[in-house]
Every structure is written in C-alpha cells, then in structure tokens.
Design a protein around this ligand. Structure first.
Ligand SMILES: Cc1cc2nc3c(=O)[nH]c(=O)nc-3n(C[C@H](O)[C@H](O)[C@H](O)COP(=O)(O)OP(=O)(O)OC[C@H]3O[C@@H](n4cnc5c(N)ncnc54)[C@H](O)[C@@H]3O)c2cc1C
Length: 426
C-alpha cells in the first residue's frame, strides 16, 4: 500500500487526501493549525451571518469515512526527496508520494498609517469578525484591493448606504478584457461606488483613520479596508518555482522532484513560456484531486482554466483562461475580439450580454473567454471546458446551442462572437 503524505489541510489537501485514500493509499494529512478545511471563500459571509457562516471539515469524519490519519498542529518543515523523508515540527516521516498543499499567505501591508484604528487588514477570519462588529458605526469607507473581493465588499457596503471608494492599480485587469472591465466600472459607478485607479500613498489621521492620500489628493474617510496580496507558502524542499513564486507543476501536478506533487494556492501551472497562479478554490480542488490520484499511481490530467464568476449589482460576470495581456506574456501571438448584443427577451437594465474571446491569431485556439451581462454566469462551465480543451474559434462558431423561445436567441452569443472574430481576422 502506497504511503502518501499530504502537507496542508485546506481545500486542495483534503481533496488530495480523500482521492488518494479512495484509490487505496495509506494517507497521513499534516496540518499546522488546529482546524482543517476552513473555507476562506466563506470569509465575506461573516459580515452578514457571523463566524458560523464559515464551513470547515470535521477531522473525525475524514478518519472514519476515508481512513485518513489527521495530525493537527504539526507543520511540514522540509523534505529530503532522495531519502523520501519529510521533516515535521515533531518527527521525520517516510513517504512513497508527497503532496504539498500548503496554500498561500498574506504579504504584510506596508501602506503608511495602516496600524491606525479603523484600518482593517483582511488577513484572517477574526479580521472579518472585527470589521463586522464595527460596520454599524461607519458611513465612508475606502477599500484597497482587487477583483472580486474588493468589489463584493464594495457592493455589500454600498447597499448599506455607505459611501465607498475602491483604490486599486489592478482592480480588474488580472481577469477581464478592457471592454468587460469598462462594463464593470460603469456598473459600479451607476451604483455609487467610486473607483480610483491609483495606489494609496498613506493613511492619515490622529489615532484613527480620517483620510487616505493618493497622488497628492486627500480623500476623507472613516475606515480603510485592505485586502492583502498573497504569496505561496512552501516548505524547504528545493522544488522548481514558477514566475509568481509558486511550485511549478505540470498538468499531472508533478513537481520538479520525483514522487512530489503540489496542488492549490502554493502551486503554479506552466502556460507557454510563463506560468500562472490560479489561487481559486475551484482550481485548488481539481489540482488536489489530480495530485491525490497520481500519488496513488494513476495518470490523471487536470483541466484548469482559472474560472472565476461574480455578480456586481445584479450584473453577472465570468472569466476563464487568459486575458490578452496574460496570453501575450505567455509568449502567444494572441488576439482579442469583443461583441456585445442587446435586445433579446431580457429584463430592463441587464439587457446586454458582452463576450470577449482571446485566441491565437494563427491557429485560432481559444485562450480565454469573458462574459458580462444577462445570465453571464451561466456560461462559466462552458467557458472553462472550451478553454481547457483548447477548442478553436471554428469549433465555437458552428456549435449547436439550445434554443428556448422567448428566453434565448437562435445562436449562442459565444458562437456569434467567434464568427465575428473569424470574419474580422480574414
Ligand atoms: C477572503 C477570500 C475569499 C475567497 N473567495 C473565493 C471564491 O469566491 N471563489 C474561489 O474559487 N476562490 C476563492 N478564494 C480563494 C480560495 O479560498 C483559495 O484558492 C483556496 O482556499 C486554496 O486552497 P488551498 O488548499 O490551496 O490553500 P489553503 O486553503 O490556504 O490551505 C492551506 C492549508 O495548509 C496549511 N499549512 C500551511 N503551511 C503548512 C505547513 N508547512 N505544514 C502543514 N500545514 C500547512 C494551512 O494552515 C492551511 O490549512 C478566496 C480566498 C479568500 C482569502
């Protein structure tokens, strides 16, 4: 029976442990904290529903249902990949396969004045609880951060009648094409959220926050909420890293060392001449499952696209794969085409649906899809599949899609966009 050690009990580590154990491995999961399976994606729900809104996993259930040995408060410090031995904060353990699923941790925020009262750094669950307690006393809030966390909070606060300004130099660009960003920015403005596309230089005030300063302009406010950037957290193993500091993995989640796999936020997948950190729960789960299966001797391949979806004031957005900027950075000769259409049987102000396709100019292979508007989220799984299966514009242009009178048009907006992209390329 293969001896599999999983470092980290987040989404990816648990998916890896369950999959590997279900395929016959003897699995030990090591987690440095006292809880496993804490859903970070639930953190924002704390503002509405309190800490009970955050789901976690019962270690006992994993033991009983899957026979996984769970060791809490035990940190994986390093590994000797020649001897196949892991060193933990307690002892040395031998493995046949090792899965690193240690996630990412926040980069310390350095903005001057960040330690003032009513500057909230959103690093952990208790930070969300702290903000939740003070919300009733705030009316003017500045948010520092990017999509989708900053926007979700902006909407939540704006609906509570607070005046909200979001400062970000990269609010939308990591995920969305310029035209789709434009739609989102317009939506936020329409609903009273101010966007300032520059960095905050300092936070001003005597003891507590009174204003932020950006590019010489003073913006009065009562509170600042800062979402941190994160960096991969990696034990000392000597693995090859990608462009963004994560453990470089292939589609089988193999690292540069034999019998060592990596999954989730600590890992980064090769894309062309670059690499891409996915840092999404959806990707972490699939990466964990594939790492777990392959640690148990299988040859599974992950189909990853970094699919993201969110709703901004009722308007739906989804994005899968790469933006034009990312595809170009990866060394591809990429082009982008956006098409918007209005006027089907749709309700009022969410009447428009826009689609951006990013593709290879020569082969027409699809690199990215972004949708905004009416039922935009319903395209998320389709976009993920299309991108991860490397379909071409021609495949999309002549794809049959479901027709429902009064609800859909007689052609998918993705097919329409692909046809128009092809004719513009001729
Ligand atoms: C506020 C917030 C909202 C989010 N919302 C969404 C969303 O809506 N949709 C989405 O797809 N994604 C979302 N994400 C991202 C998603 O939560 C992460 O991508 C996902 O949690 C990554 O899972 P992971 O298992 O790789 O890492 P983690 O969840 O970080 O788990 C890593 C685990 O490893 C443990 N660990 C670390 N180092 C060691 C060590 N040396 N030894 C032993 N254990 C160790 C940690 O304690 C932790 O339990 C959100 C993230 C945040 C912070």
């Amino acid at each position: 029976m293969a001896e599999v050690i999983v470092a980290g009990g987040g989404v990816s580590g648990i998916a890896a442990a369950i999959t590997s154990s279900s395929l016959g491995s003897r699995v030990t999961l090591l987690e440095e904290s006292e809880r496993i399976g804490v859903r970070k994606s639930d953190f924002q729900r704390v503002l509405q529903f309190g800490e009970k809104a955050v789901k976690s996993t019962d270690p006992e259930e994993l033991k009983v249902r899957f026979g996984i040995a769970i060791r809490l408060r035990e940190k994986v410090v390093s590994a000797d990949t020649n001897k196949r031995v892991v060193e933990t904060s307690r002892e040395k353990l031998r493995y046949d396969s090792l899965i690193i699923a240690t996630g990412a941790s926040p980069v310390p925020e350095t903005t001057r004045g960040i330690s003032k009262k009513r500057a909230y750094l959103m690093n952990s669950l208790s930070d969300y609880s702290g903000l939740s307690r003070d919300l009733g006393n705030l009316s003017t809030v500045v948010i520092l951060g990017s999509t989708p966390l900053a926007l979700t909070l902006a909407e939540f606060l704006a609906k509570k009648k607070m005046r909200v300004t979001v400062f970000s130099t990269s609010l939308l660009s990591p995920y969305l094409s310029a035209p789709i960003q434009g739609i989102l920015t317009e939506r936020l403005k329409m609903n009273g959220v101010r966007i300032v596309e520059s960095a905050v230089d300092s936070i001003a005030g005597m003891e507590k926050v009174e204003a932020v300063v950006s590019g010489g302009t003073v913006y009065p406010c009562e509170a600042v909420v800062a979402f941190p950037r994160t960096v991969p957290k990696i034990p000392r193993i000597g693995l090859r890293l990608g462009n963004f500091g994560g453990i470089l993995v292939d589609k089988m989640m193999k690292t540069s060392q034999p019998s060592v796999f990596a999954a989730g936020d600590c890992a980064e997948i090769q894309v062309g001449i670059s690499s891409s950190p996915l840092r999404l729960q959806s990707a972490a789960k699939v990466m964990g499952e594939v790492a777990g299966a392959n640690a148990a001797g299988r040859s599974e391949v992950a189909h990853l696209s970094g699919t993201l979806g969110f709703v901004a004031f009722g308007l739906e957005f989804c994005a899968a794969g790469q933006t034009l900027e990312e595809a170009t950075r990866a060394g591809f000769d990429a082009g982008e085409f956006t098409y918007s259409e209005a006027g089907r049987e749709r309700d009022s102000d969410s009447n428009i649906l826009s689609c951006s396709l990013v593709y290879d100019r020569n082969s027409h292979v699809l690199y990215g899809v972004q949708m905004a508007g009416w039922r935009g989220l319903s395209y998320a799984d389709f976009a993920s599949l299309a991108v991860s299966m490397n379909v071409r514009l021609e495949d999309l242009a002549y794809l049959e899609s479901c027709f429902v009178p009064m609800i859909s048009g007689d052609e998918s907006p993705v097919a329409t966009t692909a046809k128009k992209a092809l004719s513009s390329a001729r």
